[in-house]
Design a protein around this ligand. Structure first.
Ligand code: SF4
Length: 357
């Protein structure tokens, strides 16, 4: 039996080439693309504007696969979390975080992660492998299936309005597949999420920051979590390889290329470690030194069993935020979501692995 090629994850050019190899004209590739990514169709027989003969050929040579849903949990606050499984049995998590009339789907890019941030539950699960472009896109397609958002409704009614690449894995350790996936997700003939509504978060893999942002046009978030190298290296060992100054220089270069883009710095508030008022002032000085247009996302720490850190008291978080805001930087405190379904990154997968071990 001929092994079938998976269609989800092929770039537009690759899809055109596959159809050209079968003797089909380029407009057929466009029609097929729309079936896959605009209508979310998974059944070749329902692709009504393709001839019966072509549908038959497609069925013989290609497959359209979604990641399998292992578990799905809905929190009291409507945060939804899926544990998804790919063809080889590897699993990742995906989370949907609703806001008023819209919301963000948080995608994973690797199974496990090699960065090893000490505060992160995924970091305690070693890297198993990179996800393919199709597996990254497939996650979002599962979310659209769940919310019945095929074909794309208008922005006003779209609940799955934003994408954040902040799930399991470091996206810039899997740059080629992430670029390909983001270009599929933002393609105007298909899923068509605006590039400005897609944010990719990195721990700061310096050489890849500018190239990946240029290749995708999405927004940048950096997991900063500390105002100096001494503290950052304690909680993020990757900082020894790519220290704060190098990361901020890359951020400066990114803003030189596109002056309209704000950068979000994520900052986990860890009691007694990075949450002093002096630390807030250091952050302000860093932003000024590198002339960055930035906002902060202050994240209350959600402890997991066996972790070494404690969340900062809420009064301390507020005083910290005040210093940033007085200096002109937005610094909202992220509201903890999905507490009842373990919505912090990596928690559902770990729990399930433990149960099944
Ligand atoms: S925070 Fe992100 S980069 Fe760090 S270990 Fe967790 S998944 Fe990896």
């Amino acid at each position: 039996m001929v092994e079938k090629t998976e269609l989800i994850g092929l770039s537009k050019t690759e899809l055109e080439q596959k159809l050209a190899d079968m003797g089909e004209k380029p407009f057929r590739a466009k029609q097929l693309w729309q079936w896959l990514y605009f209508h979310g169709e998974t059944d070749f027989d329902k692709m009504s504007n393709l001839s019966k003969a072509l549908r038959q050929k497609l069925k013989e040579h290609f497959s359209i696969t979604r990641p399998k849903i292992v578990t799905e949990q809905l929190s009291k606050d409507k945060t939804r979390k899926w544990l998804l499984e790919f063809q080889d049995g590897q699993r990742v998590e995906m989370v949907y975080i609703p806001e008023d009339g819209r919301g963000a789907v948080c995608l994973s890019t690797q199974v496990g992660c090699a960065v090893g941030c000490r505060f992160c539950h995924t970091g305690s699960q070693k890297l198993t492998r990179n996800l393919t472009a199709g597996e990254i896109v497939g996650q979002f397609m599962v979310a659209r299936d769940t919310y019945g958002e095929w074909p794309s409704p208008t922005d006003e009614t779209r609940y799955l309005s934003n994408i954040v690449v902040m799930g399991m894995g470091e996206p810039l350790h899997n740059p080629d597949n992430v670029i390909k996936a983001l270009n599929i997700l933002t393609d105007g003939d298909g899923i068509a999420i605006s590039r400005r509504r897609v944010t990719m978060s990195t721990s700061g893999i310096v050489p890849k920051i500018v190239p990946v942002l240029q290749a995708t046009g999405v927004r940048l978030a950096v997991s900063l979590h500390a105002p100096n190298n001494q503290i950052r290296s304690k909680i993020m060992p990757i900082n020894d390889r790519y220290p704060i100054e190098e990361i901020l220089k890359a951020c400066r270069e990114y803003q030189n290329n596109d002056g309209s883009r704000y950068i979000t710095f994520e900052y986990l508030m860890l009691d007694g470690l990075n949450d002093s008022l002096e630390n807030a002032r250091e952050l302000v000085m860093l932003m000024k030194k590198y002339k960055l247009r930035a906002s902060f996302n202050l994240i209350p720490f959600n402890p997991w069993p066996g972790c070494l850190f404690k969340p900062s008291p809420s009064g301390q978080v507020k005083a910290f935020a005040d210093i940033l805001e007085k200096a002109g930087f937005a610094a909202p405190v992220r509201v903890a979501r999905g507490q009842d379904i373990l919505a912090a990154c990596g928690q559902l997968k770990s729990q399930k692995d433990k149960i099944e071990a």
